[in-house]
Design a protein around this ligand. Structure first.
Ligand SMILES: [Zn+2]
Length: 369
């Protein structure tokens, strides 16, 4: 999935926005994958058809001179370059509806065909999960660092838009994960998210689990559900830094936690090796998210003793952990279960069978004893 963050500045001829009259003066965009890295950027000043009509106040506001506009490329050429720079993207993110309307109008007038995409108007999304606010207010609330001197230059605004989007996505996801009771659903082949009690859903056959955070992947919240405020919203106050830190990876914190659980740990690049009293584990991570958790097989096959591949002899765990601390907790609970049983009424053989049975469930395979 590719995101395209778009920002533009334009000359407003009258006091009201008018997509067919207003002329674009700047276009800026950043394309990024789901990790929001590997960016491709685009920034162009546009030569308006009616330079003399450009409002002087707008020029001062944008720090643009008439001479700069006169040397710039006309809209048709800029949009063509834009189209060539971004031949594919799936989600177009803009701050407000005007930006999108003006852009689509210009695209249409110049006969350019954009790849199929979904649109996220971030200000509208913010109004749904938080409340209505301006761009600068939003950046303050979501702790996005910005330089007030370059604000409203589309070159920088596109970058700020991306940062704001990432932070909002991360925090909203965090908020959703903390709310276990609110389980959203959707209908098969639909990208509308409903609350379980929504009357559009009740009695339907093809209901399936959904996630509120998918609104950052182009899914829409049902209007009826929004009006009845059934979805998850952001809290009045939140500490962005604190939430980020709880996710941030710290070897020291992990080591302390392992010590508490009587586990040994070793750190390598994006892998943590854990040794409990009964088994070995590997946690793969990207310093924020857990990628995979591997658990060593209790019974080693002949092939495994030779260790052909790095993860031979390990099976992957089919669970979702929010962060590394959750993963360590999971491992602790997983292996502790066997110890509690052992203490009471089981002999070694029973314990071994239990461990193999558990492993069989995890690998979802038949056991050949
Ligand atoms: Zn609904």
């Amino acid at each position: 999935m590719k995101y395209l963050f778009l920002d533009m500045e334009w000359n407003q001829l009258n006091n009201q926005f008018n997509a067919s009259e207003d002329e674009i003066l700047e276009i800026s965009a950043i394309c990024a994958g789901e990790d929001f890295k590997n960016e491709k950027t685009f920034y162009k000043i546009v030569k308006p058809e009616h330079i003399k009509d450009v409002n002087k106040r707008i020029l001062t506001f944008l720090k643009l001179g008439e001479n700069v506009l006169a040397c710039a490329l006309p809209i048709y050429e800029v949009l063509n370059k834009f189209n060539k720079t971004f031949p594919e993207f799936n989600i177009l993110v803009v701050w407000n509806r005007h930006t999108y309307d003006l852009f689509i109008n210009a695209i249409g007038q110049n006969g350019i065909i954009l790849p199929q995409h979904k649109v996220i108007v971030l200000q509208e999304l913010l109004t749904i999960i938080d409340y209505f606010m301006g761009f600068e207010k939003a950046m303050k609330r979501y702790n996005v660092k910005y330089n007030p001197k370059v604000l409203h230059c589309s070159k920088y605004d596109a970058y700020y838009l991306k940062e704001l989007f990432c932070t909002m996505k991360f925090l909203y996801k965090h908020q959703c994960q903390g709310d276990w009771k609110n389980k959203p659903v959707g209908l098969k082949n639909s990208d509308i998210i409903h609350s379980l009690k929504c009357h559009y859903i009740v009695g339907k056959n093809s209901i399936q689990a959904s996630g509120y955070e998918d609104i950052f992947c182009g899914y829409k919240l049902c209007k009826h559900c929004v009006n009845t405020r059934k979805h998850i919203v952001m809290p009045k106050k939140f500490d962005v830094q604190k939430i980020y830190e709880s996710y941030k990876f710290s070897e020291e914190k992990i080591a302390k936690l392992c010590e508490k659980f009587e586990m040994e740990c070793n750190f390598s690049n994006k892998v943590i090796f854990i040794r409990t009293n009964i088994s070995n584990w590997r946690i793969y991570h990207d310093e924020e998210k857990i990628i995979n958790i591997f658990h060593e097989n209790y019974r080693k096959s002949e092939k495994v003793r030779k260790k052909i591949k790095f993860n031979d002899g390990y099976h992957v765990q089919n669970i979702k952990c929010r962060n590394l601390y959750d993963a360590i907790n999971y491992i602790h609970k997983h292996d502790e279960n066997f110890f509690t049983k052992k203490k009471y009424n089981q002999n070694r053989i029973d314990l071994l069978f239990d461990m193999l049975e558990q492993e069989r469930i995890e690998k979802n395979v038949a056991i050949d004893i």
